[in-house]
Every structure is written in C-alpha cells, then in structure tokens.
Ligand binder design. Structure first.
Ligand SMILES: [Zn+2]
Length: 298
C-alpha cells in the first residue's frame, strides 16, 4: 500500500491489488482512533460531532514506521494527530465500489437448489464448529437450510437454537408448540395449510432466524412445509413491474396482529427493504456536508 497523495481535503491511498481509496479530512478526523477521541477496543467514543471543526484540513499523512505500511499517522489543521491501521482503512473505505463489494449478496434459488436444498446433519452442526459455519453460510446465502437427524424430542429445538445464538423471547415464549388440534381455533393448532407468508412482520424487531422442528406428523401424515425465496419474488416483481416494486420499497405498510389476550402488536415497514447503497449514493449527490464538489465524491 502507498500514499498516493494528501492535500488539504483528501488522503488518497493505493492498495497492493491496484485499487485506490480516498478519505476526506473531516471523515478521518471524526473517525480518529486515538485514545483521546475514544477507545475502539470497548467501542467508546469521546469525540463529539459538535466539537469538530467543519473546515478541518489535512496537514500531513505518513507511514509511522519507515519501510512498513501497517499504519498511517495523520495530522490535522486543528493540531490533532491520529494513527490509522491500514487494514482498518481498507475495511472502512466508503466509496461506492468498496461498499458494493462489501454489500450482502443473496443467491437466488436455482432449480438445482429447489430440487436438492442444502441439508446438514444435526450431530455434525452440534459438535463441529466447521459444520456450524457451513450452516450459517448457507442460511446467509439462501435463507434456508434443512437439518436432518434431530432427536424427535421436545427441547431439541431450544438446544439447537442456543448453538447459534440467544433465543429471542416473545409473547409466544421461548418456543411455541404447534400441535394439530381440530377442536381448537388458532393458527398454532390449525390443520389447514397456510398460504405462503412472511412470519411475524408485526414485530418492531422481526425474528432473524426462524426454526421449525417436526417431532411428529399429524395422523394423516401430511404437514409438509412450503418455502419460497423472497429475494426471487422481489426480483421478479422488479422486472415485471418496476413501479409496483418501487411502491413497495418506498411506502410503509402497517402490519398488525391483535391476540385475544390483549397482546396487540403493530409495526410499520415497507413490504420490501432494499440495502442502503442506492440511498447513500443519492445522499452523496444531494448534500454538501463534506464541502466537496460532486465530481470529487464519486
Ligand atoms: Zn484522536
């Protein structure tokens, strides 16, 4: 990595792979990693935005140790000095190209995946970190993963969920039992199939991962689940009806579920949430907070 240039307002670096990144003087000042400005190890910031000089300029940027590009010492016009780790600068480069590279990219389901979705072994995931990592990667990429060989016993799901993270308790408790019961009138006991839906959008913080464990099938032997790829549905809509897609992205919808026991849950979200890249790009072009001409911001 080398320092390509450093003027009043921009520090420009070139990485060993040929990519270059630019950092604004005020962005660097705001993100200073020194002990006075905060303690990155515990996530504490002491620097207040209101104490920043909006016209702060870069005075100097140089490698801390001769022959090593591991860290860069920066001096600003307010007299402050800070050190930046090269890997941190690379990981936080904020121009569109870098953000796009870091952005989450789901894989739309292929016919192959539909016919033969990823399936993991319960004991392997419980006992081996490498298998757990495979499961998490698979979930992140396609949003669905089957796990075979789980003991058909109550408590198994809770154990399995705890292998991944904290269980999010809600008005159903830690685990909700869905028991087919033709005498009851509730979704948890219903024997009729539900249409495809997104679960629990009426919560301010909808579940990150939903897990189902089939312990016993109904006496009919039925009860298979149907899963759809929400990203694929959204992409299809974007192609066939861009205006409709835009409406579902840009308008909030109220989701509500009122239970008979007085629990009343309401949340407002757009039906489709897109990532932030487009929004940031628009902000860059329409605000002047960095005091830079638009042509220098892209
Ligand atoms: Zn500092």
């Amino acid at each position: 990595m080398k320092i390509l240039s450093c003027n009043d307002s921009i520090l420009k670096l070139e990485w060993s792979d040929g990519h270059s990144s630019r950092y604004h003087a005020i962005w660097l000042r705001d993100n200073c990693r020194c002990e006075i400005c905060g303690d990155p190890a515990i996530g504490r910031r002491n620097l207040r935005l209101t104490s920043l000089d909006l016209d702060v300029r870069l005075v100097r940027a140089e490698f801390c140790e001769p022959g090593s590009s591991n860290s860069i010492a920066v001096t600003w016009s307010d007299g402050h000095q800070g050190l930046f780790d090269s890997a941190w600068l690379r990981g936080n480069a904020y121009h569109s190209e870098h953000r796009e590279k870091r952005a989450y990219q789901p894989e739309l389901w292929s016919d192959g995946f539909r016919k033969d979705p990823v399936s993991m072994d319960f004991n392997a995931v419980m006992g081996q970190d490498a298998s757990l990592l495979d499961l998490l990667h698979s979930l992140k990429k396609r949003g669905l993963c089957f796990v075979e060989g789980a003991p058909a016993q109550p408590g198994t799901l809770e154990l399995f969920a705890s292998r991944i993270g904290f269980i999010q308790e809600n008005n159903f408790g830690r685990v909700q039992d869905l028991v087919a019961d033709r005498t009851q009138r509730s979704i948890a006991n219903d024997v009729d199939a539900l249409k495809p839906h997104t679960d629990e959008p009426y919560r301010a913080s909808p579940p990150g991962i939903l897990m189902f464990h089939c312990i016993e099938t109904d006496e009919t032997g039925d009860g298979a689940s149907i899963f759809l790829d929400g990203f694929e549905a959204a992409e299809s809509l974007r192609n066939v009806d861009p205006g409709g897609f835009e409406t579902l992205v840009s308008h909030n919808q109220a989701f509500r579920r009122h239970f008979e026991d007085d629990v009343d849950l309401i949340a407002e979200f757009p039906v489709i949430s897109t990532d932030d890249l487009a929004i940031y790009a628009a902000l860059e072009l329409t605000t002047g907070w960095l005091h830079q001409p638009v042509s220098n911001m892209t």
